[in-house]
Write a protein that binds this ligand. Structure first.
Ligand SMILES: [Zn+2]
Length: 340
């Protein structure tokens, strides 16, 4: 795969994409900036970019397909307000790469899948737990496929060689607080080591790598439960086999299962703060989830922990409808029945 005339020769090219801001001033471009689309597929990403008069240089599909929207000498519109190590406005320096990926997965569906914030249903097998560099709690993320990551490696090699790229960054690093893409399951450090020789430090300090919203944090009856009451019968959950490879081997411990579940209810507005889009975070350690606004009895007696993530829907100035997504361990023998 070669670059000639500022195009990858085997990319599907969208010639004459009208939304851009002139040409780079050398030595730009010197940065590759990764994003996820947070949309169902590549075509919907192209449609949304067109509708918003935006652009990126490349889109990489889940099957590894490569679409080129702008030649590499042109300034795209993908970074927005952005700053990193004293430089501002990363559109002027960066080649934008959009990864076809739905980002954070929010709620469990009736058949044990997961909903992305764009509404697409994602099977649990495509979800990976991860702690975002800006957060200190584990949530679930749409994975990146092998085909996509193979393509990313080829693309990075070509761009580094042709344009002398000196930094590889994520949108979340140049716009912290505003953006979370490409998220914690994107292999950023691996790419930096491989193509730049160094894992460039994150913009935010490292946060404690401790999931704080499990049912039990580990398959250990002595561990303090996160919710100080059992899950209600009928609570939907998805069971993961992915974690067999961790120190807690399901075969060995026998009666424990790693689960993901979601609960819906109402939360007081002043207890939550927005993270991104419909995602909010519990800011006040005294928050609880209620079956209806103004209800006196909460759904579970324990408080939601500070930092727990909620997907909030509908307007409201005092109460908001919210789904809480949790991950943890539960005893299996008496606790599970297949969904009808
Ligand atoms: Zn982005």
């Amino acid at each position: 795969m070669k670059i000639s005339g500022d195009f990858f020769d085997d990319a599907v090219s969208l010639y004459d994409w009208p939304h851009h801001d002139g040409t780079f001033v050398p030595p730009a471009p010197d940065t590759i900036l990764f994003h996820f689309t947070d949309l169902p597929d590549v075509q919907s990403a192209i449609d949304v970019l067109a509708a918003r008069r935006l652009s990126t240089h490349l889109l990489i599909g889940r099957d590894g397909s490569l679409t080129q929207m702008l030649p590499f000498d042109r300034i795209g519109r993908h970074a927005g307000n952005s700053t990193y190590l004293g430089r501002e406005g990363f559109n002027r320096f960066a080649i934008g790469i959009e990864m076809d990926n739905c980002g954070r997965l929010c709620t469990v569906t009736t058949d044990g899948g997961l909903h992305a914030s764009c509404g697409k249903k994602i099977p649990l097998s495509l979800a990976e737990p991860g702690i975002h560099a800006h957060e200190n709690f584990e949530t679930l993320w749409h994975n990146y496929t092998k085909e996509q990551l193979n393509r990313v490696a080829i693309v990075c090699a070509g761009l580094v060689k042709t344009y002398g790229i000196t930094s590889i960054l994520g949108h979340d690093e140049v716009a912290p607080g505003r953006k979370i893409d490409p998220g914690p399951v994107f292999p950023m450090s691996t790419l930096r080591v491989r193509f730049l020789g160094v894992p460039v430090p994150r913009t935010k300090q490292d946060v404690a790598a401790t999931p704080i919203f499990p049912v039990l944090p580990r398959p250990d009856a002595a561990a303090p439960p996160l919710l100080a009451c059992p899950l209600a019968p009928g609570t939907r959950c998805a069971i993961s086999a992915r974690h067999d490879q961790t120190v807690y081997d399901i075969q060995e411990s026998g009666q424990w299962q790693r689960i993901f579940f979601s609960m819906e209810g109402y939360v007081r507005c002043h207890k939550i703060v927005p993270i991104s889009g419909k995602m909010y975070m519990i800011q006040d350690a005294g928050a609880q989830l209620y079956p209806a606004p103004e209800d006196r009895e909460p759904l579970f007696t324990a408080f939601l922990p500070r930092g727990a993530v909620l997907r909030v829907s509908g307007p409201g100035s005092d109460w908001r409808r919210a789904a809480v997504c949790c991950a943890g361990w539960v005893r299996c023998e008496e606790n599970f029945a297949a969904a009808p």
